[in-house]
Write a protein that binds this ligand. Structure first.
Ligand code: NAD
Length: 423
């Protein structure tokens, strides 16, 4: 078992100390319900065939159909998929959407594929996992290096296989085929609402508002733009090419435009910052003088090796699993507050849920309606996690797991546990 998966499962046991959980339920939640591994073989543009490893894990479906993204990444592996599916299970419970947790991945570097090859691979994924996914069984969505275009191909493939129009089989689709307004910014917007709700309690309302963002992709770049508009100074950002720093603050809109044209944040020009911009190593990012760090790239980025150097007072996890469990302990000792992924990035799955509801109704909401429904959900659950942390004197992460676990326990108990039979 990998360190990431061990860390994920250890959260379950930590949370179980603060609420009543029958042993049989802890047993259920220790293992994924279903993991399928498959080989995807596609025809490349040059006529050759190439095979890729792929996985789908449905971790637990006690609260509803399972839900989770599909990641295309060269380092993808089964343990990572299971960990991500475990986190999705708790995330859906914490934010209160009626879903269980799942995740999928293909081990691939998409930069090596043409668009036509990417389409064949996306369709091959649906072929391989068609028996597992479905609008009332398991509903995929985008994750790292997958996007609405990929979701569109996948939905089309599923519809061809079952001979019906089934938009609710996948979320994060283009608007033209049943996507939801607001889905593309939902993860960042949800994180922004969480931050707003907790600003006073986190003691950040009177700070200098300097933020460092790791990962300038969908979630990170959108969050940078929202924070910038709200008066925050984006002092450093990074992507897979490396990091950049500007004491006076970067302009995320100009930077995103530059990255779109040139490919990386390292290809900045003068218009991207309010002062001198310097290139920095990816690892130096976390040591910058700042008030808030937002990891929005990969898991296991803040570890026992770099946690002690962090000067920020708060870390808001937009990425899944960016802080390892031993780093968590160091941060707690140093009074750095971590707003956990299963709350901070839950805006994405919440608007995915809205998309699925709209697909089922065949009736589509205007953009403002999406935001009006998202905001109270993020605020209510953020406050619930904060209040639980305060009352039990535990970290926000443990509190979020306790809240999620209580909801999972309620669902599992409702279909019958030992207590039904041996009162
Ligand atoms: P994305 O592919 O759009 O962006 C990822 C960014 O991270 C890219 O800019 C990439 O260059 C950068 N990156 C990769 N490796 C890096 C490294 N070592 N150091 C610095 N930057 C690096 O992906 P995304 O959709 O923004 O997702 C980012 C994270 O947020 C992932 O952990 C994902 O699971 C999580 N997340 C995303 C959503 C969503 O709706 N997009 C929802 C919940 C959670």
């Amino acid at each position: 078992m990998s360190e990431t998966l061990q860390g994920a499962i250890s959260q379950l046991h930590k949370a179980a100390k603060y609420t009543e959980v029958p042993d049989e339920i802890l047993d259920i939640l220790q293992f994924p319900a279903e993991v399928l591994s498959s080989r995807l073989t596609i025809r490349m543009d040059n006529g050759a065939r190439r095979s890729f490893q792929a996985w789908r894990c449905r971790y637990d479906g006690s609260r509803g159909p399972t839900k989770g993204g599909i990641r295309f990444h060269p380092d993808a592996n089964m343990d990572e998929v299971v960990s991500l599916a475990f986190w999705m299970t708790f995330k859906c419970a914490v934010i209160g959407v009626p879903y269980g947790g799942a995740k999928g991945a293909v081990k691939v570097d998409t930069r090596e594929l043409s668009k036509a090859e990417l389409e064949r691979l996306s369709r091959a994924y649906v072929h391989a996992f068609a028996g597992l996914i479905g609008p009332d069984r398991d509903i995929p969505a985008p994750d790292m290096y997958t996007n609405p275009m990929v979701m569109g191909w996948m939905m089309d493939e599923y519809c061809s296989l079952v001979g019906q129009h089934v938009p609710g089989v996948i979320t994060g689709k283009p608007l033209a085929i049943g996507g939801s307004q607001g889905r593309s910014i939902a993860t960042a917007l949800g994180g922004f609402y969480v931050l707003q709700q907790l600003l006073k309690s986190l003691d950040l309302d009177k700070c200098e508002k300097r933020v460092v963002i790791q990962g300038f992709g969908n979630a990170g770049a959108t969050m940078a733009e929202m924070l910038h508009k709200d008066g925050w100074k984006i002092v450093a950002v990074s992507d897979s090419s490396g990091g950049i720093y500007c004491k006076e603050g970067l302009d995320p809109v100009a930077l995103a435009e530059r990255k779109r044209k040139k490919g990386s944040v390292r290809d900045y020009d003068k218009s991207c910052g309010g002062g001198k911009i310097e290139s920095i190593e990816r690892d130096e990012m976390f040591e910058c003088d700042c008030d808030l760090i937002i990891p929005a790239a990969l898991e296991s980025q803040i570890t026992r090796d770099n946690a002690s150097a962090i000067k920020a007072r708060v870390i808001l996890e937009l990425a899944n699993g960016p802080v390892t469990s031993d780093a968590d302990e160091i941060l707690q000792k140093n009074d750095v507050i971590v707003v956990p992924d299963i709350l901070a990035n839950a805006g994405g799955v919440t608007v995915s849920y809205f998309e699925w509801v709209q697909n089922k109704q065949g009736y589509y909401w205007i953009e403002q309606e999406v935001y009006d429904r998202l905001k109270p959900m993020m605020e209510t659950e953020s406050q619930a996690v904060w209040d639980l942390a305060e009352s039990k004197k535990i970290t926000l992460r443990t509190a979020a797991y306790v809240l999620g676990l209580e909801r999972l326990v309620d669902a599992i108990k409702a279909v019958g546990t030992q207590a039904y039979f041996c009162p």
